[in-house]
Unconditional design. Structure first.
Length: 530
């Protein structure tokens, strides 16, 4: 790794802090490390972040962007991500992080739908960006790497601008798109905040008060920055004056090495990260000193109970879990000890009040499965889609994201699955998550997805698509072994009648699975047969 120390510069108190913003940290502690990228070692101090983000916001103004306008960021985990997001945040501009896995058509859809006036990309994604921009006449394309026809040089144009705040600063914010795992992604839009530049927003307060983030925090972020949680958490770290350590790509052993070498104190994960670490050989898992690590949080997808329990046994009582979404319409949180007493829960509400409703809107008693709604959560709307916005709310003003779950008598929420993933086979409702959680505990499996495919007799049949730890194991023997493994705990109707293998499932780096792609492939196969 390239040396880039944060050392003693990270050791200071929050006492006397008057404002929460990189601008203040750049003045008070200009040499303190704001972020470092691993394994490249590229990094920036708060003074450098302050200068570059001011130049970038001046560049946005030079291209005519004003409060309420939108930029798109379509790039890998690169240092310029933070320059651009903080530039937009200073200039009252929405910033839309876009998945690096999109095709040109999918990218063009988001650029057009969001109304982005500037799109920033990089060498690895330049061809896709250029193709997408051909149909987006109102959007100017930039690259943070090598300029090519169709993409201007961000760095060259940035460096011509003054490193001072714009004359009319105001708070911007993310406008992120849902993952699109069940259809076209939806832009989640909130009103621009009416906050002073140095005020903490609700997420910043949560990081500070519930999760213990502060100026001394060294935060490991192993996920893509285009995803809501990593982006928002890292910006929160910068507001509080901590240091972000960003993995350019996730690697299970490297993550453990980084915790040791960077003296990481805080981190955030998704269940697939845990699964891959647990599958490492024992001598690798115990090789690294993790004693600096005081707080880990995970979310984004349900975590199998056995995986969570194994991680707590390994890392100790430092693993917290929350349930929320890009829409931020509600939030639950569970501490390690409470999870031990309520295994499988995603916690009790810290934002909004959860309710479980039947399909006809009737509120259900404890331990009854239904749609999860939140009362008094954050209001949101889907950009350019009033119909989908209206569908997310009921007549009481409570909102749902389509998740199925139940509450226990103590108010702890348990998620069953998404309604759109439910399989109806022979008139029986089957939730894939339960089956997936069991499959993933098999020692020869690294990932799994369970879907419903068309079936003439039952309407849908249960199919498991499995990613083996070793591809040479893919075959009839593993199929039989997996079915026996499932039969020990699941009823016969839940055991997949068909188990197929893939070398890698279509899962986003943020942990969410593109089940739509899998389902569509089986639907096409069924049509071809018929």
């Amino acid at each position: 790794m390239v040396a880039c120390s944060h050392g003693s510069q990270s050791k200071r108190s929050n006492e006397g802090m008057q404002t929460f913003h990189p601008h203040w940290h750049a003045k008070a502690h200009p040499a303190k490390l704001a972020y470092k990228f691993i394994p490249s070692g590229k990094c920036a101090t708060y003074a450098e972040l302050e200068a570059r983000s001011n130049q970038a916001s001046q560049l946005m103004r030079a291209y005519g962007l004003q409060r309420g306008d939108v930029i798109g960021i379509f790039m890998e985990n690169l240092p310029e991500y933070f320059e651009l997001t903080w530039a937009a945040d200073r200039a009252g501009i929405y910033f839309t992080g876009i998945s690096t896995r999109l095709t040109a058509d999918e990218l063009a859809y988001i650029v057009k739908d969001s109304g982005a006036k500037m799109l920033f990309s990089c060498d690895a994604l330049a061809d896709v960006a250029i193709e997408a921009l051909r149909g987006c006449q109102d959007c100017v394309g930039f690259t943070v790497d090598t300029p090519v026809p169709g993409l201007r040089s961000y760095v060259a144009e940035r460096d011509t601008r003054r490193a001072v705040p714009v004359d009319d600063p105001s708070r911007g914010m993310p406008m992120l798109y849902s993952s699109g795992t069940t259809g076209r992604p939806k832009g989640v839009q909130f009103p621009l905040p009416d906050l002073a530049m140095g005020d903490l927003d609700p997420l910043g307060l949560l990081l500070q008060n519930a999760f213990g983030f502060g100026a001394d925090s060294i935060y490991l972020s192993p996920a893509p920055l285009y995803h809501a949680a990593p982006l928002r958490f890292n910006l929160g770290v910068h507001r509080l004056g901590g240091t972000s350590i960003i993995m350019e790509k996730y690697d299970a052993e490297l993550a453990l090495q980084v915790i040791e070498e960077e003296a990481v104190t805080h981190s955030q994960w998704v269940p697939t990260h845990f699964v891959r670490m647990l599958k490492l050989p024992e001598e690798v898992r115990t090789r690294y000193d993790l004693t600096s690590h005081k707080f880990a949080v995970h979310a984004a997808a349900p975590c199998p109970v056995d995986v969570k329990r194994d991680m707590l046994d390994w890392w100790g009582p430092i693993i917290f879990e929350y349930y929320s979404a890009t829409e931020f319409n509600g939030m639950t949180l569970v501490a390690p000890a409470d999870w031990r007493n309520h295994p499988g829960t995603v916690g009790r509400a810290v934002l909004g009040k959860p309710h479980i409703l039947s399909d006809d809107g009737t509120e259900l008693p404890p331990r009854s499965e239904g749609l999860v709604y939140f009362e008094d959560g954050t209001l949101f709307e889907y950009h350019n889609d009033p119909v989908k916005t209206a569908e997310a709310y009921n007549d009481k003003g409570w909102s749902t994201l389509g998740d199925i779950g139940w509450l226990d008598e103590d108010g702890y929420l348990y998620l069953t699955d998404r309604k759109s993933y439910m399989i109806i086979s022979g008139g029986v409702n089957i939730y894939p998550q339960e089956i997936e959680d069991r499959i993933i505990t098999h020692p020869k499996v690294v990932d799994a997805a369970v879907i419903g495919a068309p079936d003439e007799d039952f309407g849908e049949r249960v199919i498991a698509v499995v990613q083996p730890l070793d591809w040479s194991d893919a075959g009839p023997a593993l199929v039989e072994d997996l079915q026996q493994h499932l039969a020990a705990t699941l009823s016969k109707i839940k055991i997949p009648r068909q188990i197929d293998f893939m070398q890698e499932l279509p899962r986003q780096p943020n942990g969410k699975l593109y089940k739509r792609l899998l389902k569509d492939s089986y639907i096409e196969k069924a049509r071809a047969v018929n």
